[in-house]
Design a protein. Structure first.
Length: 319
């Protein structure tokens, strides 16, 4: 780490806290867009990142969906990766040694198809001191009834309650799906179950069609939409969850969905996010979270704002 980066690292204005876990800056990577860590090491200076979120880890290794798994659409991308990942045992054996040396907070995103799968993965990962927290991806169908964990408040509350019992040392983050009628009800259910932090949003379900071949562009037919196309929707969800649920329960939010500039990050923070995840924009510029953090530091300095956390929820609403 250079002296310059060490100096920037300690800029106290950028430090934010997620339920007691201090982040050097409010900028995080979003799950699934930067692998497990080694993939971006040459292009993203982890020592200047608020935190790194891994791609989803499931109990068993998964090859994921057939290609085509990603297509570009107007103002975003559609992905149907199908949770391709190395599975818990290989994650511990092959990825944790690298993560142990990463000079940033690391959050492992956990997914599953049964409550017991989430519990088994979280129980095992809770043992690792090198992890700052576990983020539950609940946008997965439950094998027993086909319902997505993140679309039924009762299913979600029970899932989080069960996981809460085995996560004793790590921060428990629940990542909300926007593909619901009432995201505030899901946020309440997650908090009732024991979530300490909420992150939002995961991708919106969408599809793309080739009019000439009359075929869907994704092998899986449907996929998750991300990128600038969803930013206004993401802002609304963060605003709503902050105002209706998170603020009064003192639960910090991680906002994400289409953020690609310092202005976008400030907007998410004004809407109520304590930290902001950058996902799809990493495919354009992998160093973006560090560049945005620098720009945020300059913004705070030139506007005489002592701390980034002063922006959180400061949206000026009409009377
Ligand atoms: C290619 C790709 C893979 C993703 N994989 C995961 C994943 O494994 N787990 C998860 O919780 N979210 C996953 N996401 C969702 C992102 O973490 C994020 O919530 C979403 O893309 C919105 O942020 P963005 O517009 O900045 O990308 C993925 C997104 C993309 C684009």
């Amino acid at each position: 780490m250079s002296a310059k980066s060490a100096e920037k690292e300690t800029d106290p204005r950028l430090t934010v806290s997620l339920a007691g876990v201090k982040l050097r800056t409010p900028l995080l990577t979003a799950s699934g867009t930067c692998g497990y860590g080694p993939e971006y090491a040459d292009v993203l200076d982890y020592s200047r990142l608020g935190g790194f979120t891994t791609k989803s880890v499931t109990l068993h290794e998964r090859p994921g969906n057939e290609p085509q798994r990603i297509v570009e659409v107007q103002a975003g991308i559609l992905n149907a990766i199908g949770l391709a990942n190395v599975g818990l045992q290989r994650f511990i054996a092959e990825k944790i040694p690298y993560i142990r040396e990463m000079p940033t907070r690391v959050f492992v995103n956990v997914a599953g198809y049964k409550q017991e799968d989430y519990v088994a993965v979280c129980e095992a990962l809770d043992e690792f001191d090198c992890l700052a927290g576990l983020e539950l991806n609940v946008s997965c169908p439950n094998v027993s009834d086909g319902l997505m964990f993140g679309t039924s408040p009762e299913l979600l509350r029970r899932l989080i309650e069960a996981v809460r019992k085995v996560v004793r040392r790590r921060l428990l983050i629940v990542k909300l799906s926007p593909n619901v009628t009432d995201i505030a009800a899901m946020a309440r259910a997650a908090i009732d179950g024991g979530a300490q932090v909420l992150s939002l949003i995961n991708t919106y379900v969408g599809m793309a069609i080739n009019a000439k071949t009359r075929r869907p562009l994704l092998a899986n037919v449907i996929g998750g939409l991300s990128g600038p196309a969803i930013k206004p929707l993401a802002l609304f969800n963060v605003h709503r969850v902050y105002r209706e649920v998170a603020q009064r329960n003192n639960i910090p939010l991680i906002g994400m969905g289409g953020a690609q500039s310092v202005t976008d990050v400030i907007e998410f923070m004004l809407a109520g996010a304590s930290a902001v995840g950058i996902g799809t924009a990493l495919f354009v510029d992998p160093a973006l979270p560090v560049k945005i953090a620098d720009a945020l530091g300059e913004y705070l300095h030139s506007n005489n704002i002592a701390s980034a956390s002063e922006l959180v929820g400061k949206l000026a609403l009409p009377q």
